[in-house]
Design a protein around this ligand. Sequence first.
Ligand SMILES: Nc1ncnc2c1ncn2[C@@H]1O[C@H](COP(=O)(O)OP(=O)(O)OP(=O)(O)O)[C@@H](O)[C@H]1O
Ligand SMILES: [Mg+2]
Length: 360
Amino acid sequence: MTIAVKNINKRFGDFVALNNVSLDFPAGELTALLGPSGCGKTTLLRCIAGLEHPDSGQVLLDGEDASDRHVRERQVGFVFQHYALFKHMTVFENVAFGLRVKPRAQRPSEDQIRRKVKDLLELVQLDWLADRYPPQLSGGQRQRIALARALAVEPRVLLLDEPFGALDAKVRKELRRWLRRLHDDLHVSSIFVTHDQEEALEVADQVVLMNKGTVEQIGTPDQVYNHPASPFVYGFLGNVNVFHGRVNGGVLASEGVQLDVAGHDGVRDGVDAKGTAYVRPHEMDVERYAAGAEGIVVKLRRAHAIGPLAQLDLERADNAQMIEATISNERFTSLGFKEGETLVVRPKRLRVFVDEGASS
Ligand SMILES: Nc1ncnc2c1ncn2[C@@H]1O[C@H](COP(=O)(O)OP(=O)(O)OP(=O)(O)O)[C@@H](O)[C@H]1O
Ligand SMILES: [Mg+2]
C-alpha cells in the first residue's frame, strides 16, 4: 500500500514539530527516515499511525484520506526502540496477542492462531523460544519478537522507530541485514526511523532526510550520499572537508588556496559569489610533496590504517586547519607515508554551494 503525507503541520504549543511536510512512500518499499534528534521523525510516524493528529494536512493510505480512520482501522504495525513485550506472557502469547483481541467476528480460530504464530516465529527464526518469557531473551531476540508481534495482524504498513537503537553495533548490523531480507520476502510498505546514517544507507530503498521539522531531501541512498541537495545533507551523511571562499571564473579562492571547481556539481558559468566547497575524505588525492607540486600543502599528523582503508589526519601548512583524507591501505603502504611527512592534497571531486543572494 502507498503512504503519502500532504502539507502536514504539527505544533506542540509554540513549537513547530512538523512544518508543511509532504512525502510519498511507494508501495512495498523500505524507506529510512533520518535526521538529528528532535527533527520530528517520531512525530511524523505517529501522525501516519493515527496516534497523533496533525493540525493541518492529510495522511493518505492508498490514496484515501485516513484522517477520520482510527489507529486500528489503519492496519499499521509498530515496533519501537524500547518496545515493551508483555513480561508475564510467553513469547507465543505475545505474538498471538493481536489476534486474540480482534473482534469476535474477525478472530481466527485457536487452530489458525497456533499455526500463524508458529509461522511468524519461524519467519523471525525464533520458533525455539516460543515458551520462554521476555526477560529470558536477549535484546536482539526481543526486538525480533516485537516485529513478529507487529506482523501478526497482517499490517498494511510497518512503522519502525529506531527498533535496534538500544543494541550494540554488531547485533544491530545483523538485525538490519535480517530486516532487509524479511522485507524482501514480505514486501510490506515500511518506514524505518534511525539515527544511524550507515544503517539508513545500507538498508533502505529510499532515504528521507529531515531537519527541524522539514524535509531536506528524499532519494535513493546513492542520490542522497553522492548528490546531497544541501550543505546540511552533506554534513549529516558522513565526514566532509569544507572550504569557504569566493567562486569566480571556475575557481574557488579560499584562504590562500585556489581550488579548480569548473565543471563540478553546483558551479554555474558566470558566477561571482561567496561559496563553499564540500569534499569527502575519499575524494581527496594525496601524494608526497615535491617542489612546484600543485595543491594544498599539508603535514601528515596521524594515519589510522587498520582494515582496507587508511584514514589520514592532515594539517595545512599555511593555516593549521585539519583536512581528512581516506585512501586505500594498499596505496598507503606502497607510498610509505610516515607521520610528520609533508604531503600535497587535491580534491578529485567536490560540490559547491553558492550563497544565493550574497553575490556582491
Ligand atoms: N507531546 C509533546 N509535547 C511537546 N513537545 C513535543 C511532544 N512530542 C514531541 N515534541 C517535540 O517535538 C520535537 C520533535 O519530536 P520527535 O519526537 O518527533 O523528534 P525525533 O526526530 O523523533 O527525535 P529523536 O531522534 O530524539 O527521537 C521535539 O523538539 C520534541 O521535544
Ligand atoms: Mg524519535
